[in-house]
Design a binder for this molecule. Structure first.
Ligand code: RRO
Length: 316
Protein backbone atom coordinates (compact mmCIF):
# COMPACT_ATOMS: atom_id res chain seq x y z
CA UNK A 1 0.00 0.00 0.00
CA UNK A 2 1.27 3.47 -0.89
CA UNK A 3 2.71 5.59 1.92
CA UNK A 4 1.06 9.02 2.12
CA UNK A 5 3.21 10.57 4.84
CA UNK A 6 5.40 13.45 3.74
CA UNK A 7 7.34 16.48 4.99
CA UNK A 8 6.58 20.17 4.84
CA UNK A 9 9.48 22.52 5.67
CA UNK A 10 11.11 19.69 7.68
CA UNK A 11 7.90 19.01 9.60
CA UNK A 12 6.55 15.48 9.32
CA UNK A 13 2.93 15.38 8.09
CA UNK A 14 0.73 12.30 8.04
CA UNK A 15 -0.52 13.07 4.50
CA UNK A 16 -0.52 15.98 2.04
CA UNK A 17 -4.16 17.07 2.42
CA UNK A 18 -5.52 20.09 4.27
CA UNK A 19 -8.39 22.57 4.04
CA UNK A 20 -8.24 25.72 1.92
CA UNK A 21 -8.36 28.82 4.09
CA UNK A 22 -11.93 30.05 4.41
CA UNK A 23 -13.46 26.59 4.32
CA UNK A 24 -14.44 24.86 7.58
CA UNK A 25 -12.12 27.04 9.64
CA UNK A 26 -13.97 30.20 10.73
CA UNK A 27 -15.01 29.13 14.25
CA UNK A 28 -13.51 26.87 16.92
CA UNK A 29 -16.02 24.02 16.37
CA UNK A 30 -15.02 23.81 12.69
CA UNK A 31 -11.32 24.01 13.54
CA UNK A 32 -11.76 21.24 16.11
CA UNK A 33 -13.51 19.11 13.46
CA UNK A 34 -10.52 19.63 11.16
CA UNK A 35 -8.12 18.76 13.99
CA UNK A 36 -10.02 15.49 14.47
CA UNK A 37 -10.30 14.72 10.76
CA UNK A 38 -7.73 12.74 8.79
CA UNK A 39 -6.29 15.88 7.12
CA UNK A 40 -2.51 16.13 7.35
CA UNK A 41 -2.55 19.84 8.23
CA UNK A 42 -5.03 22.70 8.61
CA UNK A 43 -5.31 26.47 8.22
CA UNK A 44 -7.52 29.10 9.88
CA UNK A 45 -9.84 31.52 8.05
CA UNK A 46 -7.97 34.64 6.92
CA UNK A 47 -8.32 37.14 9.72
CA UNK A 48 -8.21 40.87 10.24
CA UNK A 49 -7.14 42.75 13.36
CA UNK A 50 -10.78 43.27 14.39
CA UNK A 51 -13.70 40.86 13.80
CA UNK A 52 -15.74 41.46 10.63
CA UNK A 53 -19.25 40.46 9.56
CA UNK A 54 -18.31 40.37 5.88
CA UNK A 55 -20.59 41.02 2.90
CA UNK A 56 -24.41 40.59 2.77
CA UNK A 57 -25.90 37.18 1.90
CA UNK A 58 -26.28 35.28 -0.35
CA UNK A 59 -22.50 35.44 -0.63
CA UNK A 60 -21.53 31.83 -1.45
CA UNK A 61 -23.17 29.56 -4.00
CA UNK A 62 -22.24 26.12 -5.24
CA UNK A 63 -22.90 24.76 -8.71
CA UNK A 64 -23.30 21.04 -8.40
CA UNK A 65 -26.24 19.96 -10.58
CA UNK A 66 -25.76 16.97 -12.83
CA UNK A 67 -24.43 18.05 -16.20
CA UNK A 68 -22.85 21.21 -14.78
CA UNK A 69 -19.26 21.68 -13.84
CA UNK A 70 -18.79 21.45 -10.08
CA UNK A 71 -17.78 24.83 -8.73
CA UNK A 72 -18.50 27.74 -6.47
CA UNK A 73 -18.58 31.51 -6.43
CA UNK A 74 -18.09 33.55 -3.27
CA UNK A 75 -17.89 37.10 -2.12
CA UNK A 76 -17.72 36.50 1.63
CA UNK A 77 -15.88 39.77 2.24
CA UNK A 78 -13.50 38.44 4.88
CA UNK A 79 -15.99 37.58 7.64
CA UNK A 80 -13.90 36.43 10.60
CA UNK A 81 -13.73 36.42 14.39
CA UNK A 82 -10.65 38.64 14.54
CA UNK A 83 -6.95 37.91 15.05
CA UNK A 84 -7.13 37.33 18.84
CA UNK A 85 -9.71 34.54 18.40
CA UNK A 86 -7.53 32.53 15.99
CA UNK A 87 -4.41 33.16 18.07
CA UNK A 88 -6.30 31.82 21.09
CA UNK A 89 -7.23 28.70 19.09
CA UNK A 90 -3.61 28.34 17.94
CA UNK A 91 -2.38 28.46 21.52
CA UNK A 92 -4.46 25.46 22.51
CA UNK A 93 -4.00 23.46 19.29
CA UNK A 94 -1.91 20.25 19.41
CA UNK A 95 0.73 21.22 16.84
CA UNK A 96 2.56 17.91 17.14
CA UNK A 97 -0.54 16.02 16.14
CA UNK A 98 -1.18 18.28 13.11
CA UNK A 99 0.60 21.40 11.81
CA UNK A 100 -1.57 24.52 11.99
CA UNK A 101 -1.27 27.45 9.60
CA UNK A 102 -2.68 30.84 10.50
CA UNK A 103 -3.81 33.03 7.61
CA UNK A 104 -3.57 36.80 8.07
CA UNK A 105 -5.29 39.24 5.76
CA UNK A 106 -4.98 42.69 7.33
CA UNK A 107 -6.87 45.54 5.72
CA UNK A 108 -3.68 47.63 5.81
CA UNK A 109 0.04 46.93 5.93
CA UNK A 110 0.09 48.32 9.48
CA UNK A 111 -2.63 45.89 10.57
CA UNK A 112 -0.65 43.01 9.08
CA UNK A 113 2.49 44.13 10.91
CA UNK A 114 0.61 44.50 14.22
CA UNK A 115 -0.79 40.95 13.93
CA UNK A 116 2.59 39.58 12.90
CA UNK A 117 4.23 41.18 15.94
CA UNK A 118 1.70 39.56 18.27
CA UNK A 119 2.08 36.19 16.58
CA UNK A 120 5.85 36.42 16.95
CA UNK A 121 5.55 37.37 20.63
CA UNK A 122 3.12 34.52 21.26
CA UNK A 123 5.91 32.01 20.45
CA UNK A 124 3.66 29.31 19.02
CA UNK A 125 4.69 26.76 16.37
CA UNK A 126 1.84 28.07 14.19
CA UNK A 127 2.95 28.59 10.60
CA UNK A 128 2.25 32.09 9.27
CA UNK A 129 0.62 32.58 5.88
CA UNK A 130 -0.06 36.10 4.64
CA UNK A 131 -3.01 36.31 2.25
CA UNK A 132 -2.07 38.61 -0.65
CA UNK A 133 -5.13 37.75 -2.66
CA UNK A 134 -8.52 38.40 -1.07
CA UNK A 135 -10.65 39.35 -4.09
CA UNK A 136 -13.79 40.40 -2.22
CA UNK A 137 -13.33 43.46 -0.03
CA UNK A 138 -15.13 46.28 -1.87
CA UNK A 139 -12.71 49.06 -2.76
CA UNK A 140 -9.56 47.03 -2.00
CA UNK A 141 -7.43 45.59 -4.79
CA UNK A 142 -5.38 42.44 -4.34
CA UNK A 143 -1.79 43.01 -3.17
CA UNK A 144 -0.70 40.06 -5.32
CA UNK A 145 -1.68 42.07 -8.40
CA UNK A 146 0.31 45.14 -7.30
CA UNK A 147 3.94 44.06 -7.49
CA UNK A 148 5.29 47.19 -5.84
CA UNK A 149 2.96 46.79 -2.83
CA UNK A 150 3.83 43.08 -2.69
CA UNK A 151 7.56 43.84 -2.60
CA UNK A 152 7.06 46.40 0.20
CA UNK A 153 4.89 44.01 2.22
CA UNK A 154 7.38 41.14 1.89
CA UNK A 155 10.24 43.40 2.99
CA UNK A 156 8.30 44.63 6.03
CA UNK A 157 7.01 41.20 7.05
CA UNK A 158 10.48 39.66 6.63
CA UNK A 159 12.13 42.24 8.85
CA UNK A 160 9.27 42.25 11.39
CA UNK A 161 8.74 38.50 11.69
CA UNK A 162 12.29 37.19 11.19
CA UNK A 163 11.00 33.63 10.85
CA UNK A 164 9.98 31.62 7.81
CA UNK A 165 6.47 32.36 6.50
CA UNK A 166 4.35 31.85 3.41
CA UNK A 167 2.11 33.79 1.06
CA UNK A 168 -1.23 33.00 -0.55
CA UNK A 169 -1.19 34.22 -4.13
CA UNK A 170 -3.90 35.03 -6.61
CA UNK A 171 -3.79 33.22 -9.94
CA UNK A 172 -1.60 34.75 -12.65
CA UNK A 173 -2.32 34.30 -16.34
CA UNK A 174 0.74 35.66 -18.12
CA UNK A 175 4.29 34.29 -18.27
CA UNK A 176 5.69 37.78 -17.60
CA UNK A 177 3.64 37.93 -14.40
CA UNK A 178 4.88 34.50 -13.25
CA UNK A 179 8.43 35.74 -13.87
CA UNK A 180 7.97 39.04 -12.07
CA UNK A 181 6.12 37.61 -9.06
CA UNK A 182 8.71 34.81 -8.68
CA UNK A 183 11.58 37.26 -8.98
CA UNK A 184 10.13 39.35 -6.14
CA UNK A 185 9.41 36.29 -3.95
CA UNK A 186 12.95 34.99 -4.52
CA UNK A 187 14.36 38.23 -3.05
CA UNK A 188 12.98 37.11 0.33
CA UNK A 189 14.55 33.92 1.73
CA UNK A 190 12.12 33.94 4.69
CA UNK A 191 9.28 33.33 2.23
CA UNK A 192 9.47 29.59 2.71
CA UNK A 193 6.29 28.59 0.91
CA UNK A 194 3.79 29.81 -1.66
CA UNK A 195 0.15 28.78 -1.74
CA UNK A 196 -1.35 28.85 -5.25
CA UNK A 197 -4.11 29.72 -5.95
CA UNK A 198 -6.75 31.82 -4.28
CA UNK A 199 -10.09 31.87 -6.07
CA UNK A 200 -10.14 33.31 -9.60
CA UNK A 201 -11.31 36.79 -8.70
CA UNK A 202 -14.34 38.68 -9.92
CA UNK A 203 -16.13 36.04 -11.91
CA UNK A 204 -19.86 36.31 -12.61
CA UNK A 205 -22.29 33.40 -12.38
CA UNK A 206 -25.88 33.86 -13.54
CA UNK A 207 -29.05 31.82 -13.06
CA UNK A 208 -30.55 31.26 -16.52
CA UNK A 209 -34.20 31.04 -15.39
CA UNK A 210 -34.29 34.13 -13.20
CA UNK A 211 -31.64 36.03 -15.22
CA UNK A 212 -30.14 37.00 -11.86
CA UNK A 213 -26.66 36.86 -10.37
CA UNK A 214 -26.09 33.94 -7.99
CA UNK A 215 -24.66 36.09 -5.18
CA UNK A 216 -25.58 39.52 -3.86
CA UNK A 217 -22.37 41.45 -3.04
CA UNK A 218 -20.54 43.48 -5.67
CA UNK A 219 -23.37 43.11 -8.24
CA UNK A 220 -22.76 39.37 -8.31
CA UNK A 221 -18.99 39.43 -8.89
CA UNK A 222 -17.04 36.93 -6.79
CA UNK A 223 -14.16 34.45 -6.55
CA UNK A 224 -14.48 31.27 -8.60
CA UNK A 225 -13.53 27.81 -7.31
CA UNK A 226 -13.96 24.15 -8.26
CA UNK A 227 -13.61 22.47 -11.66
CA UNK A 228 -13.37 25.80 -13.47
CA UNK A 229 -10.06 26.66 -11.82
CA UNK A 230 -8.14 23.34 -11.82
CA UNK A 231 -6.04 24.04 -14.96
CA UNK A 232 -5.23 27.57 -13.75
CA UNK A 233 -4.28 26.20 -10.32
CA UNK A 234 -2.02 23.51 -11.81
CA UNK A 235 -0.34 26.11 -14.05
CA UNK A 236 0.36 28.40 -11.10
CA UNK A 237 1.65 25.55 -8.92
CA UNK A 238 3.99 24.40 -11.67
CA UNK A 239 5.06 27.91 -12.68
CA UNK A 240 6.19 28.74 -9.13
CA UNK A 241 7.62 25.26 -8.52
CA UNK A 242 9.90 25.82 -11.53
CA UNK A 243 10.82 29.40 -10.65
CA UNK A 244 11.21 29.15 -6.86
CA UNK A 245 13.29 26.01 -6.25
CA UNK A 246 14.06 26.93 -2.63
CA UNK A 247 10.42 27.35 -1.64
CA UNK A 248 7.69 24.81 -0.98
CA UNK A 249 4.43 25.06 -2.93
CA UNK A 250 0.97 24.39 -1.52
CA UNK A 251 -1.56 23.61 -4.24
CA UNK A 252 -5.15 24.83 -4.06
CA UNK A 253 -7.84 24.82 -6.69
CA UNK A 254 -10.21 22.29 -8.21
CA UNK A 255 -9.40 19.31 -5.97
CA UNK A 256 -12.39 17.03 -5.38
CA UNK A 257 -10.84 13.55 -5.64
CA UNK A 258 -7.54 11.68 -5.56
CA UNK A 259 -7.05 12.44 -9.25
CA UNK A 260 -6.73 16.23 -8.83
CA UNK A 261 -4.66 15.80 -5.65
CA UNK A 262 -2.24 13.60 -7.64
CA UNK A 263 -2.04 16.20 -10.45
CA UNK A 264 -1.25 19.01 -7.99
CA UNK A 265 1.58 16.95 -6.42
CA UNK A 266 2.88 15.97 -9.88
CA UNK A 267 2.95 19.71 -10.75
CA UNK A 268 5.04 20.46 -7.67
CA UNK A 269 2.71 20.86 -4.67
CA UNK A 270 3.97 19.51 -1.34
CA UNK A 271 0.58 19.94 0.33
CA UNK A 272 -2.81 20.06 -1.39
CA UNK A 273 -5.84 22.01 -0.19
CA UNK A 274 -9.54 21.25 -0.52
CA UNK A 275 -11.89 24.21 -0.88
CA UNK A 276 -15.26 23.98 -2.63
CA UNK A 277 -15.39 20.19 -2.33
CA UNK A 278 -14.72 20.35 1.44
CA UNK A 279 -17.37 23.05 1.81
CA UNK A 280 -19.92 20.73 0.19
CA UNK A 281 -18.84 17.38 1.63
CA UNK A 282 -17.42 18.27 5.05
CA UNK A 283 -14.30 16.80 6.71
CA UNK A 284 -15.39 13.27 5.76
CA UNK A 285 -13.94 14.14 2.35
CA UNK A 286 -10.37 13.65 3.64
CA UNK A 287 -10.44 9.84 4.06
CA UNK A 288 -12.17 9.49 0.67
CA UNK A 289 -9.60 11.58 -1.23
CA UNK A 290 -6.72 9.92 0.64
CA UNK A 291 -8.01 6.46 -0.34
CA UNK A 292 -8.36 7.59 -3.95
CA UNK A 293 -4.86 9.08 -3.98
CA UNK A 294 -3.38 5.89 -2.50
CA UNK A 295 -5.25 3.80 -5.10
CA UNK A 296 -3.81 5.90 -7.96
CA UNK A 297 -0.31 5.54 -6.48
CA UNK A 298 -0.80 1.77 -6.11
CA UNK A 299 -1.98 1.49 -9.74
CA UNK A 300 1.05 3.39 -10.94
CA UNK A 301 3.46 1.52 -8.67
CA UNK A 302 4.47 4.57 -6.60
CA UNK A 303 5.19 3.74 -2.98
CA UNK A 304 5.94 7.28 -1.77
CA UNK A 305 4.91 10.80 -2.68
CA UNK A 306 8.53 11.76 -3.33
CA UNK A 307 8.56 9.38 -6.32
CA UNK A 308 6.22 11.63 -8.35
CA UNK A 309 6.31 15.01 -6.56
CA UNK A 310 7.14 17.68 -9.17
CA UNK A 311 7.90 15.03 -11.80
CA UNK A 312 5.51 16.39 -14.44
CA UNK A 313 6.64 15.41 -17.94
CA UNK A 314 6.43 17.73 -20.93
CA UNK A 315 6.35 16.76 -24.59
CA UNK A 316 9.81 16.97 -26.18
O1 RRO B 1 -13.55 36.14 2.60
C1 RRO B 1 -13.52 36.15 1.35
O2 RRO B 1 -14.35 36.72 0.65
C2 RRO B 1 -12.44 35.47 0.62
C3 RRO B 1 -11.10 35.57 0.91
BR1 RRO B 1 -10.46 36.49 2.39
C4 RRO B 1 -10.13 34.97 0.07
O3 RRO B 1 -8.91 35.06 0.27
N1 RRO B 1 -10.59 34.28 -1.00
C5 RRO B 1 -11.89 34.16 -1.28
O4 RRO B 1 -12.25 33.52 -2.28
N2 RRO B 1 -12.82 34.75 -0.45
Amino acid sequence: MAKLSTHFLDLPVANPLMNASGVWCSVASQLEALAESTSGAMVTKSCTLQPRDGNPEPRYRVLADAGQLFGSINSMGLPNEGFAYYLHYAQRHDHEAKPLFMSLSGLTLDDNLTMIDSLKDAVTPTILEVNLSCPNVPGKSQIGYDFEAMDTLLAEVSSGYQRPFGVKLPPYFDMAHFDEAAEILNRYPLVAFITCINSVGNALMIDLDSETTLIKPKDGFGGLGGDYVLPTALANVNAFYRRCPDKAIIGCGGVKSGREAFLHILSGATLVQLGTALYEEGPGIFPRVLDELAAIMDDKGYQTIAEFHGKLKTIA
